[in-house]
Ligand binder design. Structure first.
Ligand SMILES: [Zn+2]
Length: 94
């Protein structure tokens, strides 16, 4: 069993790795512009966001400095991430 301190340490290591990595597809989540800020979204209930039970889901996203200035940027980013995770577009129920 891991101690709280070592769990905290490994979470920080994961976040640091996510922030420092660079992907060719990196672009602002909102406008598709140049990626300047990396955000990590950690849902309080990971399973709602598609994680298997007992696993924590981290979602990395990028923003440009202009979009980052929006006062409700966290809510906007969360809405887009939720939309993308649900498969986007129209879901048909048949
Ligand atoms: Zn942007």
């Amino acid at each position: 069993m891991k101690s709280d301190e070592s769990t905290k340490h490994s979470v920080m290591a994961i976040i640091q790795k996510l922030v420092l990595m660079s992907l060719p597809s990196d672009a602002c989540l909102l406008c598709g512009g140049k990626q300047e800020i990396v955000g990590i979204f950690m849902p309080t209930v990971s399973e709602v966001w598609g994680a298997p039970p007992g696993k924590v889901r981290y979602i990395r996203y990028c923003l440009c400095s202009e979009c980052y200035k929006m006062p409700d940027i966290t809510e906007r980013a969360e809405k887009i991430i939720r939309h993308e995770l649900s498969g986007g577009g129209i879901n048909y129920a048949e």
